[in-house]
Design a protein around this ligand. Sequence first.
Ligand code: ARG
Length: 716
Amino acid sequence: MKKFLLLFLFVASQIVSKADEGMWLPLLITQNYDAMQRMGLKLTPEQIYSINNSSMKDAIVHFGGGCTAEIISANGLLLTNHHCGYDAIASLSKVSQNYLANGFMATSTEQELPAPGLSVKFLSRMEDVTDRVNKYLGDAYGKNVETKFEEIAKEITKAANENGTYESDVKSFYGGNKYYLFVYQRFTDIRLVSAPPENLGKFGGDTDNWMWPRHTCDFSMFRVYCNNENKPAAYSKNNRPYIPKHHLPVSLKGVKDNDYAMIMGYPGRTTRYLTSYGVDLAINVSNPAIVKIRDKRLSIMREEMEKDPEVDLMYASSYASIANYWKYFIGQTEQLKNLNILAQKEKEESEFSRWGANTKNYGKLMGDYQKAYAAYTPYAKHQTYYREAIMASSVTRLAAMFESMEKALDAEVSADSINTLCKRLKNGQAITLKNMNVNLDKKVFAALNLLFYQDVPKAQHPDVFGKVVFAKFGSDDWQETFDAYADYVYNKTALLDTSRFAELCNADNIEELLDDPAVVHALSVVKNYKTYYEPKINEFNYEMFELNRAYQGALLEKNGNKQMYPDANSTMRLTYGKVNSYSPKDAVFFNYYTMADGLLQKYKAGDKEFDLQPKVVDLLKNKDYGAYADRDLGGLVTCFITTNDITGGNSGSPVINGNGELIGCAFDGNWEAMSGDVAFDKRYKRTICADIRYILWVVDKVLDGRKLIDEMTVRY
Ligand code: ARG
C-alpha cells in the first residue's frame, strides 16, 4: 500500500514538475486543469476561458502587434511593458518635452495622449478549422500550399468577420497538422496614460537585459477608447474609455517561493521542434552573422546618437529593438552550446528514426532534413546579410520601392499609373525623411555594404559592386572605397531632396530617376537577391513546411494521447508554473525576488544605464514605500521570477496568482536559458516579472498618480 502511494506520488510529481513547460491554447484548458488545480489554481476553467461568459481572456489583449497588455480597471486601463510602449512614448516626446526621459502621468483623461498607429486586439473566440483547411489543401505542395491556404483562410475569415464587426485569421499549429480560426475585435484609439522615467523603465539597459537579478520597472499604461456604443472607433475627441467585459484585480499580498503563477499572453515564435540541422546552422552561420552585423550597426548608431539629442530621441526605439535581439542571439548561441542542445536534439532524432523505421513514412525523414539543410546552407548567409545589412539603410529601403516602378515601365503602363506609383513613392519619401538622420544612415550604408562584400561568397554578389563601387571608387582600402561610394550615393541621390524628387517623379521624367545612384544600388541588390537567391530560400521553406508537418505529425502520433503543445505563433496562450529561485551555476544561488536596496547598489549617477532621478534616490534612501512594502521582508520587492514558459510577444503579459489576481507584469527571460525558444531547459528557464507593488509604488510615489490606483480593484 505504502509502495503504491509512493509510486503514485512519484507519478504525480512528474506531472506537476512538467507543468512549467508548454504554451497551451486556452481553448484546451480542460486538458491541463487538474495539474493547474494541484499546483494552486482556485479558478474554474470557465473563469479563465469562456466564449459565452466574461472570463480572464477578455482582459488580455494583443498590444501593438508584438506585445501583450492586460486590462486593469473598469475604464479600459491597460498595463504593458515600458519596452512595449517605448516606441509610442518616444514618438510623443520632444527633446524639450521628453516623456521618455522624464516619465509621464496624465492627471485626467483629457491629458491622456493619443498614440497614432497603436492598436490592440481582443480575442472574441477561437475555433478548430483543421478539417476544412486540410480538405481544401488536398495534396498541394510548395507555393500552391501558400496560395490555397490564403484562399481557404479568406473564405473562413470572411464569414467570421461579420461584415467588419470582427477581424479574424486562420493560423497553423504543429507545423500544419492543425488549424484554428481566431476572431478578434480591434481598437485603434489607444492613449498613453503613464510611463516611468526611462532610467526606471529600462533600468540596467543592455547590460542587465536578458539577465537576472533584475531591478527594471518595465511598465507603461495606456487606455482603450471607443465610441458611445462601447465599440471600436477611429480616434475622436468624443470617444470615451472602453468598458471591458473583465478586468484583472490587483493583489498587494506579494509572492512566496513555490507559489502558483500563470501567464496569459501572445508569445510570438518558438521553434521547439527545430532539428539538430537547424541548431547547427543557427550556432555556426546565422546567429554569428546577425550578431556581427548588429554590432557594427549599433556602434555607428551610438556614435551619432551621442552627438545630438534629436538624433538620440529619433533612433532610441529602433536602437533598443536592434540591441535587444543582438544580445538575444549572443545568449542563444552561448546557451545552445552550454546546454548541449545539438547533442540533445541528435539523441531525440535517432530515437525518433529508430521508432520511425518501423512505420512506413518516417524512416527517412531525418535524412530529408539533412539534404534540405545542405542545399540551403550555401545561401543562408546571403539571406541574413540581405535582411540585416543591405536593408539596414533607410535610403536603400526607400529606393527598393522602385522595383515596382521599373516593372511598370517595362510593362509600358499609362502615365496615370506612373503618377499613382509616384504618389506612393513621395509618401514613402516623406515617412523616410521624417525618421532618419542622413549622416547616420550613410555610415550604416557604407559599413554594412562593406560587410556584405567581405562576408557573402563572391559568386553571389550583385553587379553594382563591380560596375559602380569598384569601377568608380576602387582602392586597396575597402573601407575607403565604400565610404567614397556612400558619399557619392548620398550626395547625388534625389531621394533625399523633396523638391528635386517631386520634379522628377512623374511620367515625363521618371527614366532619369532609374539612373539615380541610390535606385541603381537598390535595384541591383534587390534583383540579384530576388532572381537568384529568394527562389532557393523559398524552396527551402516549402520543403521545411512538408518536413515539419510530417515530423510534428509523427510526434503527435508517437506521443499517443500525451499532451504536446504547439510552437508559439502570436496566438493567445496560457502557461502555468510557480514562483521559483534557481542556481545558475555551481555554488551560486539566485533568490526568486529582488528588492529596492538593489536599485541603490546598482545606481551610478550620470550613467546611461544605471542612473536614477534625485527624487527616486531620495524615496529609496528614505525607504518611503507606503502600502507597497512587503510585510514579511520589510522592504519593497522590485522583481521576481517564475517557471512560466514565455517568449518575445509575451512582453507585458499579466502574471496571475491562483485567485486570478494580478501579481506582476512579465518582461524578460534569463541568460542561462537563452536557448529556450529552441529547447526548454527545466533547470534554468525563468520568466522575469516586475512585481505589481513596485509598479504601483512608481505610479504613486514617483509619478504622483494615486488617482490611477484608485481606479483599480486593489486587494490588500
Ligand atoms: N529582453 C526583453 C524582451 O525581449 C526586452 C527588454 C528591453 N530592455 C532593454 N534594455 N532593451 O522582452
